[in-house]
Structures are given as structure tokens and as C-alpha cells.
Design a protein around this ligand. Structure first.
Ligand code: IMP
Length: 427
């Protein structure tokens, strides 16, 4: 049974947590392949709201096993807190969560460096130490989970890394606290993490070979991808679907289909180009209606109209054949609905997302106006129960994107979902 990859098609926060949870009901194994606790997946389930950061949303479905592939970066303290909070809510995690020993560890000096750089004027990161951790990984200075579990090796590697960062940390008067925090409680963290370590590539291979359903749950989104996103205003990993192969140890021949998740409009947090960003009053209205505040940092999200240039690009780099559209209910009462179908860049009409940061920043969106819809649509469970103008809006996007919208979400609850046709193994 080939694997299914679920990816964010915009700048993150598309509602992947809800869709991943919805799809997890039919999965055996749910794996993450990149990012760390910079992610914030909000899942509303059984009358409760869960905010997941590192653990896949599949953990909320009792018989599903969850994995963190080698491409994920682990903040041990944050992960321990997440496990404890799930256990307090009655969710069993031990024996169901497995972590690759090849995962790199986000250490306290990474978090401090991220903050120091942001304070000096960065790109608007989550300050979780994600960039500095991936930097160490590619610079071959990183500490993997298997290294962290070896007390002597960890001390050696951490000291070497700290020495190389000492000038930057000392300048900000954080060197002493960086060292202290790095070693504080490390023994207890090792004891906590050891039982979770497992060969994730082998686990996934075995599941796929036995015909089990495997779901890859992407974090962040295509436009935050370090290669394909709005560089340098991106995260430091590869959220695009191809990242699942290198971030979990799975060959491309094992991936069967890709579903891209998009909001019915667009949001982004942090700095960087955002061609369809709305003017403040309209943005404020949608921000309140859609509770558009970052799940990890609480920052207000920037709000924009649906951008089909950007989405077409995202579908291409992910090889996604189908979309899940979320938060359609939030658009109720907005009239007209603007949809960007092209950009004007330096007097030229562009239908492809520009790679130049100057062009992306200066892109003027060209809109088509569609009539809005009104009323409470959160109880719709079939397409026929949506107002005609809501259906027209979806059909317009499908036609212009050349891709089907297979799932429409009309509220945070799992049941507030309209499923339309086959989705890889979910059919
Ligand atoms: P970092 O991943 O913390 O280094 O942040 C880099 C950029 O990615 C910033 O613009 C963040 O706001 C953004 N980002 C990181 N994680 C998420 C997420 O889960 N949702 C939305 N944006 C994110």
C-alpha cells in the first residue's frame, strides 16, 4: 500500500493538524519528516483542543503508531512536556511514539542563538532554535539523538559546538547560561528519550511491505521550504513532499499520492513577501473570525486573499493531485471574494511565482472578483448543503488550478468536513 503525503500548500498554518487527524482514522502509522516544535498543529477532538508541536496528530487516534523521522529536530524538554500534557489528557504515548536516533537535537544554545539573532533583526522566526540546529546539522557539528544518549560523546560534542559559538554567545552575555542549560537535567532527559528510539526507516518499510497505510504529516508549508519558499523568509527544512523521502528514509517509489492543504484564503506569520496581503481593516475582520493567531507563538497572522499563482506553484513542487480546503466557513459574509490569478511584476503579467526576492516582494496581485456567500455553513456535510456562491468559489479554484478539492473543512471539529471522492488509500 503506497504512502500518502499531506503537505501545507501555503506559508504554514493551513489546518494540516485537523486534516491529518481526519486521515489518521484510516492510517496505521503517521510520520513526521521535518521541522520541530516550531510547528503548531491545533486539533479539536472530543470537545477538547490539543496543541501539538512535535508529535504527529495521529497520536490522538488510539490504535495509530507515530514516528518522528530523521529529518525532524528534537527539543528534548519541549517533547517531554508535550508527552506529559498528552498523558494528562488521557492519551497513551509510550509504546506508540518512535523517534529516529538520527534526529538532530535542538539544544539550549540553539534556542539562545535564535533569540539573539531575532533581537538583532531577523526574519521573524518562532525563536525555537530551529535554524541554528539545522545549521549545525549541515555544518557537521550537530548532536543526534544517538549521540545525546551517549553521555561522554554528548559532553564532547556539546563542548566543541559551544566553543565554536562562544564569541556570539559571549557578546550577548549568554555563554554561561548556554552551557549551564545544555547540561542541566541531561541525565533525566536521556532516560526519558531512550525508550522512544527506533529505526524509523525500517519501521515504515515494514509497515508498507505489510500493506499498512502510512501517512506522512508535513509541518510548515511549501512557501516556507528552504529551497522553494520565499527565501530567506523560510524555515530551515524541506516541508515539500519530497522531504518525506530524505526526512524519513523512504524511497520515492513508496509514495503513492500527495494531498496539499490550503486555507480558503491565505495567511502567513513572520516577515517576507506576501503578494495578496489584505489592507488592515479587512485583515482584522478575517483574523478575528478565523482566530488567526499563531499556535506556537500567539503572534497575529498576516491575512491575504486566495492566491492561485502561489497555489499552482505549490501543487507543482509537491506533485499534489488533490487539495484539502480549510476554513471555508471563515469567508462567510465576505463580499466580494477576491482571487489572485496573476501578478504584475515590472510591467509584465506573470503567472508563475517569481524566484527573485525583489520580484516576489514587488509583485502586484491581479484579482478576479467572485460573489460572496453568507450564513452559517459549519453544519454542511455535503457539497449540496453549501450556498451556491461557496460552490462557485471552489469550482473556480479547481478550474484554474487544474486540481480537485477532495476535502472541504467548514469548522475545527473532525465531523465538520465534506469529503469528495477518493484520496489515495483513504477511499
Ligand atoms: P523558524 O522555523 O522558527 O526558523 O521560522 C522561520 C519562518 O517560518 C518564520 O517566518 C516563522 O514564522 C515560520 N514558521 C515556522 N514554523 C511555522 C508554522 O508551524 N506555521 C507557520 N509559520 C511557521
Amino acid at each position: 500500500m503506497p504512502a500518502l503525503v499531506l503537505v501545507g500548500a501555503q506559508w504554514g498554518d493551513e489546518g494540516k493538524g485537523k486534516i491529518a487527524h481526519y486521515l489518521s482514522a484510516r492510517a496505521h502509522l503517521v510520520a513526521r519528516y521535518q521541522g520541530g516544535n516550531n510547528a503548531g498543529h491545533t486539533v479539536v477532538f472530543g470537545g477538547r483542543t490539543f496543541a501539538l508541536h512535535t508529535i504527529p496528530s495521529g497520536i490522538l487516534v488510539p490504535r495509530v503508531r507515530c514516528a518522528l523521522g530523521n529529518g525532524v529536530v528534537i527539543n528534548a524538554r519541549a517533547l517531554r512536556e508535550e508527552v506529559r500534557s498528552l498523558e494528562r489528557a488521557g492519551v497513551r504515548v509510550r509504546g506508540r511514539l518512535f523517534i529516529s536516533p538520527l534526529c538532530h537535537m535542538v539544544l539550549p544554545y540553539h534556542v539562545l542563538l535564535d533569540s539573539i539573532r531575532e533581537e538583532a533583526g531577523g526574519i521573524g522566526t518562532t525563536k525555537k532554535g530551529i535554524g541554528p540546529c539545522y545549521e549545525d546539522k549541515v555544518a557537521r557539528l550537530g548532536v543526534r539523538l544517538c549521540d545525546f544518549l551517549d553521555e561522554r560523546l554528548f559532553a564532547e560534542l556539546a563542548e566543541r559546538s559551544l566553543a565554536l559559538k562562544s564569541a556570539e554567545l559571549a557578546k550577548a552575555r549568554r555563554l554561561r547560561s548556554a552551557r549551564a542549560q545544555t547540561f542541566a537535567g541531561a541525565r533525566a532527559l536521556r532516560a526519558f528519550l531512550r525508550p522512544f528510539a527506533a529505526d524509523i526507516s525500517a519501521l515504515i518499510d515494514e509497515a508498507l511491505s505489510r500493506g499498512r497505510r502510512v501517512l506522512f504529516e508535513g509541518a510548515q508549508g511549501a512557501m516556507l521550504d528552504v529551497d522553494f519558499g520565499t527565501y530567506p523568509f523560510v524555515t530551515s527544512s524541506s516541508p515539500a513532499a519530497g522531504g518525506a523521502c530524505v526526512g524519513a528514509g523512504v524511497g520515492p517509489t513508496r509514495i503513492g499520492s500527495v494531498i496539499a492543504v490550503s486555507k480558503a484564503y491565505t495567511t502567513r506569520v513572520g516577515r517576507g513577501p506576501f503578494p495578496t496581503e489584505m489592507e488592515p481593516a479587512a485583515a482584522r475582520r478575517l483574523r478575528e473570525a478565523g482566530r488567526e493567531y499563531g499556535a506556537t507563538t500567539g503572534r497575529p497572522r498576516r491575512i491575504g486573499w486566495l492566491d492561485l499563482v502561489q497555489l499552482r506553484y505549490a501543487l507543482r513542487i509537491n506533485g499534489a493531485e488533490r487539495l484539502a480546503f480549510t476554513k471555508l466557513d471563515t469567508l462567510s459574509g465576505v463580499d466580494p471574494l477576491l482571487v489572485c490569478t496573476a501578478y504584475r511584476v515590472r510591467q509584465r503579467v506573470l503567472r508563475e511565482f517569481p524566484c527573485s526576492r525583489r520580484d516576489a516582494q514587488g509583485a502586484e496581485p491581479l484579482y478576479e472578483r467572485l460573489p460572496g456567500f453568507a450564513g452559517d455553513i459549519s453544519k454542511a456535510r455535503r457539497m449540496g448543503e453549501l450556498p451556491p456562491n461557496a460552490r462557485r468559489y471552489l469550482a473556480f479554484a479547481e478550474r484554474r488550478l487544474g486540481a480537485g478539492i477532495a476535502i472541504v473543512s467548514v469548522g475545527p471539529g473532525r465531523e465538520q468536513t465534506i469529503a469528495r471522492g477518493p484520496l489515495g488509500w483513504t477511499s
